[in-house]
Design a protein around this ligand. Sequence first.
Ligand code: GLC
Length: 718
Amino acid sequence: MDIKALLSRMTLEEKVGQLVQSNAGQFIRNDLEITGPDGETVPAEELNRVVGSVLTFEDAAQAKALQDQHMAADRNRIPLLLMLDVIHGLRTTYPIPLAMGCSFDDALTAECAEIARREASACGVHVTFNPMVDTARDARWGRILETYSEEPLLNCRMGAAIVRTTQGQNLADPENVACCVKHYAAYGAPEGGRDYNTVELSERLLREAYLPAYKACLDAGARLIMPSFNALNGIPSVANPWLMNRVLRGEWGFDGVVISDYNAVMELVPHGVAESLRDAVRKAMEAGCDIDMVSNAYYRHLADLVREGTVPEAVLDAAVLRVLQLKNDLGLFENPYHGASEEREREVYLCPAHREVARRAAEESAVLLKNEGILPLSRELKRIALIGPFAEETRLNGFWSRPGAERYTVTLPEGIRALLPEAELILERGCGAELGDLDRSGLDRAAAAAARADAVILTLGEPENDSGEGRSRAELTLPGVQQELAERVIAANPRTAVVLFNGRPLVLTALEKIAPALLEMWYPGTEAGNALARLLWGEANPCGKLSAGLPRAVGQLPMPYNRMNTGRPKPGPDDQAVPFTSCYLDTPNLPLYSFGYGLSYTRFVYESLTLDRDRMSKEDTLRVTVTLRNDGDRAGKEVVQLYLRDLAASVVRPVQQLIDYQKVMLEPGERKEVHFEVTEKQLRFWNFDCEYVSEPGTFELSCGWADHLLETKRFTLD
Ligand code: GLC
């Protein structure tokens, strides 16, 4: 399609329409008068005739109906863009992104993105609002579940892998889907950990820790980006000229589509940076926001602003051309349905191959936090008590799973019975219908059930809807009577394994004191029961490592693992306060469990870390070899992590910074050398003048995991 010729034929209202996005629901109910944010209404039929895209639809049949309805009404027959949040699976749900980060497995993450791409394209999705790669260091923020890690490196690698897999080589291939990376920028650093709250960051820290992952996804080819709801250093992202023009379009040269978040253009008014909706439209357009997601602000005011010359028509035309280019690259002018196919939906949704990937992902993202000889359970144990609020739960998919995902979840009893048909299961919920209520009436029955059993699986956590968008919490302990339930059950039967289902790092300090075994499952998705049964009985060996540290107390937050040393680091053991040093009087400094930590059913011993030189120039490559061995009696995977410390620089540098990782399998008794290459680029950082540089000096390299660095070696950069 010659999109410039097409543009020349379009009226002003039709051009504006390409920058308007409606909800599919509103669109279908054509008779609906859509009330704008200040009570004004717009004629739905007129809006639907010119609208350029819709979001949140159900399936291929609806996708085709939406397209047919629009194309019949659109004079220019410009196809709609159909967009949807496919964050961790469409019908086959795999683990939440924070759990995927614990797999430390970019290839597995790509396999998961592949099954999501196949199902989303069959559903008729043209654009997915994925990946979300906001760095998050504060578990009070409910959307931490949606990102891959507190460490930008994981978000960079996993986000880029998702973009490459989802978009494929050619977007016109009906089985490929365009990616919209989000939320630009630093949405994960709100004051107080409270969603949508303001963000204040130095440019240096913003560039160091928050911008890299968006850039990595754009470098991988993401065709859209979504500015975040929050104000960043005083200006909401969607109208932030520094963020959008200076960095995104200027420094990074991004020429794809910018789409606002939900209503975010209208929200410039309550933010207090726009006196009216007209003013909000002007500011968003000046900042280069192409599509207005559902606020109708562009629909109602943009044409007038262009007619009066406030917004140059050239600015409008440039935005419209970016949207038309995306539609052209997706091949929509030739094939408006793209990949929508009821037949393919039947073929790929929940197919065995997709379930296998989802199950493996659930196994490899689980983190074994503690195990005092309880796990794996023996097949000889016949009577198993399955206790707690998640014992028969199906809502194990997470806030951003598609509606109805719970219909397809394999529950824990189903998983156990599939693995151990002869097991006798005793089921007891042990607490009230609502996880947060203080109903203690089930505690006695739960303790009695535990006492009767050969072993107990105690399932605890937070409700699926207590994390995700708009779900920030100021306290992070287990809701309701769960701690008391754990005390009663473990007292009744010490052979108890506690399994956790939650979307954010929780404060488990009290639970950790009494639990003989702790397995963090996060929200594992469709194959939850099968994966968990295999992990509990040792068919799968846990290998997950924490992608975000678990705090001892909410008062420690935000608590980045890559912390600075300060001028008064606390000496001695972490559990003793030392006055006039950087510490708390009532709580240790370190997390309960640190970033990069996770146990296995076998034992890995790190024997050495060696460098091929102790000096390097900027042109050199430093070769690092980590030697480890499997000291146990079963095979297992280990994530070998490489940490860097810059001992002195022009700005303070972290005491530990993950710069690389590799996941390796070791057979019992096997010794393995894992090789890393370190270049000058990995030594760079943003200095005081916001230049991305490396500086000569002394560095340390270590293996192990955060706060537990083993085998440290020094080298100098000339
Ligand atoms: C939501 C979220 C965003 C999502 C969008 C469309 O408010 O902030 O992540 O993609 O709206 O559902």
